[in-house]
Ligand binder design. Structure first.
Ligand code: GSH
Length: 266
């Protein structure tokens, strides 16, 4: 039995939901509202002391880290593969998943918090700095201190603008990788596309389709249409997103779009 602890707006959780759906695997969901602090309950911290979703539990065994979870399900359930058979192509896929884990995900957290989540968290009550930073395990406290700045200062927080430029640079990398092909690696959808899709979808959820639409990144635009056309898209991205949060993110994104455009010189 597969169980997933997840949240509607979590890009990492969407990645795992997308992978599970593409692999035709059934799972049971446990919704953890990370915008209300449910990741800090003793029960959740026992499963992941880093206080982040997603967490996968397979027959009672806990697996953390979204990319590790996708590799795990691929190994345990090899039907409907999401990694290519060719070793060189698998290496290319891993370069994308590594880039997501190391660079794009932190950039996505920054953009999501400074553009939208900060408003939701401030409304729900962020509490005080000490409590906020020490809510998770010690190893996560530096990341939470950074988040505190994003929540308090928005786009003016130190480093936030750089993260947005880095995010935009990834759209250009995708545009280049998609030259002459439908998918990021090889001839069919792979874990590279599954890993990148939540991050492009996030921009769309924040009303930032202008970063690729209107002829700026036409191959990314066509790729995202293909991703949206997958049967798995709905269960990965739409079904779990609370409509009120989707509306709030869209409205917050629309409010910030002129600042984002100015920052990127569009
Ligand atoms: N490297 C981790 C990152 C997990 C992560 O950052 N999760 C975010 C949502 S995408 C989270 O749970 N954040 C909780 C918080 O903001 O307090 C993974 O890939 O699973």
């Amino acid at each position: 039995m597969l169980e997933l602890y997840h949240h509607g707006s979590s890009a990492c959780a969407a990645k795992v939901r997308f992978a599970l759906a593409e692999k035709h695997l059934n799972w049971t969901g446990h919704y953890v509202d990370i915008l209300k602090g449910e990741q800090f309950t003793p029960e959740f911290l026992a499963r992941n002391p880093k206080a982040v979703v997603p967490v996968l539990v397979h027959d009672g065994r806990v697996i953390t880290e979204s990319t590790v979870m996708c590799e795990y399900v691929e190994e345990v359930f090899p039907q409907h593969p999401i990694y290519p058979a060719d070793a060189f192509e698998r290496a290319q896929v891993r370069l994308w998943t590594k880039a997501v884990d190391e660079e794009l995900h932190p950039a996505c957290s920054a953009i999501t918090y400074v553009v939208s989540h900060r408003h939701t968290i401030l409304r729900n009550g962020a509490g005080d700095f000490e409590t906020f930073v020490n809510a998770g395990a010690r190893e996560g406290s530096a990341a939470r201190a950074l988040k505190w700045q994003w929540i308090q200062d928005g786009l003016a927080a130190p480093g936030a603008a750089d993260k947005i430029r880095l995010y935009d640079a990834y759209l250009l990398k995708m545009e280049e990788a998609l030259d002459g092909r439908d998918w990021l690696v090889g001839r069919r959808l792979s874990m590279a596309d599954i890993a990148m899709a939540p991050y492009v979808n996030r921009l769309s959820a924040l009303a930032m389709d202008g970063l690729w639409a209107g002829g700026r990144r036409p191959r990314v635009e066509a790729w995202f249409e293909r991703v949206r056309g997958r049967a798995a898209f709905d269960s990965a991205f739409i079904q779990w997103m609370p409509p009120s949060l989707a509306e709030e993110m869209l409205a917050n994104g629309q409010r910030s779009w002129s600042d984002i455009k100015a920052l990127l010189g569009l």
